[in-house]
Design a protein around this ligand. Sequence first.
Ligand SMILES: NC(=O)c1ccc[n+]([C@@H]2O[C@H](COP(=O)([O-])OP(=O)(O)OC[C@H]3O[C@@H](n4cnc5c(N)ncnc54)[C@H](OP(=O)(O)O)[C@@H]3O)[C@@H](O)[C@H]2O)c1
Length: 257
Amino acid sequence: MNLELQNKVVLVTGGSDGLGAATAQELALEGASVAICARGQDKLRAVAQGINASGGKALAVTTDVTKLEDLTRFVDLTIQHFGRIDALVNNAGKAAAMPFENISDELWAEDLDLKFHAAIRLSKLVIPHLRAVGGGSIINILATGGKTPAASSMPSSVSRAAGMALMKAMSKDLGKDNIRVNGVLIGFVESDQWVRKAELTGQTLEQVYAGLTPTIPLGRVARAQEFADLIAFLVSARAAFVSGCAINFDGGMSAAV
Ligand SMILES: NC(=O)c1ccc[n+]([C@@H]2O[C@H](COP(=O)([O-])OP(=O)(O)OC[C@H]3O[C@@H](n4cnc5c(N)ncnc54)[C@H](OP(=O)(O)O)[C@@H]3O)[C@@H](O)[C@H]2O)c1
């Protein structure tokens, strides 16, 4: 399948690690230019250098997505460097799940800022550039908890549900400009967040993944490459009529369609 991503420019937030890094690498392999951001400079630069060294085109911009001035700089530098923007993947995030009564006002605000307001602010900055090239694609990376919030799954499940409503409403506003907006709801995917969990809990990575699998009908955690393949498809012209979808990427785990 030809994804026709040559000469396209895609922004990926949280591109220094895990799913964001895998996505940037896959998009670059398919011929897209990628602009990636994260707070930590070293890993971010290493991902961009790896892509550039293998013949791809990557720009790394150190960015905290919760800061509007950083987001503005990310978009401005991308335009200066690549001259256009065709797609945005709002991926930066981190796990936050605990019982309702344990969550402080500060944590609610922090989680919504990282997973919800950042996507709003960056989308607003990017939309004029998508219009300028005749349309484009915005993908919000969410989690299955947004559809099926479990006990002690907050604040994340609530931020993700907000992100899902945002995606749907935006798809209706922006369809007239040929801008597609979709959400990908993740179950469990191999990534650096699980590596850190293994280190914190003194388990092997295999033990962490084995602990996640009993609820997954396909019997395993997803690979980051499989996630990246889905994102590359959604960004591409092959998904030209796909908009307003909240796609489960969970091996059949979620109780909701
Ligand atoms: N992997 C899973 O099983 C799973 C499940 C459900 C949802 N998700 C969601 O999928 C997305 C990717 O997860 P992952 O597993 O790849 O996580 P990860 O390995 O921890 O990577 C997270 C990325 O986000 C960046 N980031 C975090 N806070 C940021 C901020 N304020 N500004 C800019 N960048 C920031 C991190 O870099 P810095 O720390 O250097 O900023 C890193 O590049 C996240 O939104 C996550 O919540 C993942």
